[in-house]
Design a binder for this molecule. Structure first.
Ligand code: UDX
Length: 439
């Protein structure tokens, strides 16, 4: 059993803390958001993530997971300190590291106190950070603790996907650990060994780069297939079949070849921006990633063009039902959600948008007050001139489409995620269009 501190109770921090506790460690999780800590102490979750609530409740009950707003308490009681605070984009697109800097100052302050001087600490970056951040952390801690303390810095980027985060943590494809000492390597090896997944040990800079490169590669795959979907539309080929035919090649693989309204979320958009900026600092113009961003934006515009096509060139006062708001299913996260972007564009063109999402409606009303919300999909579809599927929640596949047809003013569907069965819908009398699908 190890004594672990996790600073940051966001998606990465809270999942990390809960899963380490589930593995039998003693974990303290801190966040400077007092409301969030209060919520967690009252046994409630600050966001939706499958399986997480049960793990948090169970490990709290067993005394292996505690929440605090005091970094001081956390540092004093932990041997391994994971930093999982946010690294949002600055206006210029670079990663904003101010939260990390703040945490380092706080850690240094505790380490300078008399009692802590002889206790070794391992400080681990979990947040997605640009290369050289680890070096900066190490240098800063050395300068800020002049009396000399024993510590190591490591980089251990997290690859978990929202909506599947617990599973991704407990059964990762790989664990990346960037270290500079044998001691840090041994500690992190012992910590992760029970997961029985490949552990890639490397230097800190390579570990930092692996995270940015992985996310950028996945986003590139998505934009690539989306560009192909545009060609499919023009020539009458079918993107589902093209992706399948490509994906069987093991060098390519099936994953991340789903065409649609593009990627969003808290990671890809910001990480790609930050990576472009980072490359620029090294004098490299990463035009490939700039194009990836451009294609991603274009996918949302395509939906508006399709809506205009269906509705004779004007969306003014047209009732449009949007199914889904979150950036992908199984999360209530709306950050950089393509669904929200599409709804914004529809509203700006005068449409009356009414949305249903199984878990994200509360967040949606805060984020986009101009949108109407319905408590079930059928209420949202009543008298709609058009349905646009924006997030592929499984329950949208099992809607009673005969009922849907009766409820809608006109049975028209834009499937922004290529998720519904076009043949079946056409048989029922719907007008249907997807993204690059042959119908
Ligand atoms: C991502 C990475 O997968 C994870 O490893 C990283 O650490 C954090 O960022 P996440 O943002 O949770 O995870 O979502 P992910 O499942 O990767 O999807 C990202 C976006 O791409 C979503 O908007 C999704 O709808 C979109 N996507 C994904 C596609 O449009 N097509 C695909 O084929 C796959």
């Amino acid at each position: 059993m190890k004594h672990i501190g996790v600073i940051g109770a966001g998606h990465v921090g809270l999942v990390t803390a809960a899963c380490f506790a589930k593995m039998g460690n003693f974990v303290i999780c801190a966040d400077n958001d007092i409301v969030k800590i209060k919520t967690l102490r009252e046994n409630q979750m600050p966001f939706y993530e499958p399986q997480l609530e049960n793990i948090v409740k169970d490990t709290v009950k067993k005394g292996r997971l505690v929440f605090t707003s005091s970094v001081n308490k956390l540092v004093k009681n932990s041997e391994i300190i994971f930093i999982a605070v946010g690294t949002p984009s600055t206006d210029s697109g670079e990663a904003d590291l101010s939260a990390i800097e703040n945490v380092i100052f706080q850690i240094a302050k505790v380490l300078n106190s008399k009692k802590q001087k002889r206790t070794y600490k391992l400080i681990v970056e979990k947040s997605t950070v640009p290369v050289f951040t680890g070096q900066w952390v190490k240098k800063s801690l050395s300068i800020l603790t002049p009396t000399g303390i024993e510590f190591d810095v490591a980089a251990n980027p997290e690859f978990l996907r929202e909506g599947a985060a617990v599973n991704d943590f407990m059964k990762p494809d790989r664990i990346v650990v960037g270290v500079e000492s044998e001691r840090a390597k041994r500690i992190l090896h012992e910590l992760y060994k029970p997961l029985k997944s490949p552990i890639i040990f490397t230097d800190i800079k390579s570990a930092e780069l692996i995270k940015h490169a992985s996310n950028s590669f996945l986003a590139t795959k998505i934009s690539f297939i989306n560009a192909i979907s545009q060609i499919c539309e023009k020539c009458g080929a079918d993107i589902d079949k093209v992706a399948e035919g490509m994906g069987y090649d093991r060098r390519i693989g099936m994953a991340f070849l789903k065409a649609g309204i593009g990627y969003g979320g808290s990671c890809f958009p910001k990480d790609i921006k930050a990576f472009i900026r980072l490359a620029k600092r090294f004098g490299i113009s990463f035009n490939l990633l700039k194009e990836v961003e451009k294609i991603n934006k274009q996918q949302r515009v395509i939906v508006i063009e399709k809506a205009l096509n269906f509705l004779n060139g004007s969306l003014k006062n047209k009732k449009i039902c949007a199914l889904g708001a979150s950036f992908k299913p199984f999360t209530d996260d709306l950050r950089e959600s393509p669904a929200v972007e599409v709804m914004k564009m529809l509203i700006s063109k005068g449409a009356k948008v009414i949305c249903y999402d199984p878990v994200a409606l509360k967040n949606l009303s805060r984020t986009l007050p101009g949108v109407l919300v319905a408590q079930n999909p059928y209420d949202a579809l009543k008298d709609a001139e058009l349905m646009i599927l924006l997030t592929e929640w499984p329950q949208f596949q099992s809607l009673d489409f005969k009922k849907v047809k009766q409820l809608m003013k006109k049975p028209r569907i834009i499937d922004g995620r290529n998720f519904l069965n076009p043949q079946y819908l056409k048989k029922l009398g719907f007008q249907y269009t997807g993204i690059g699908r042959k119908i």
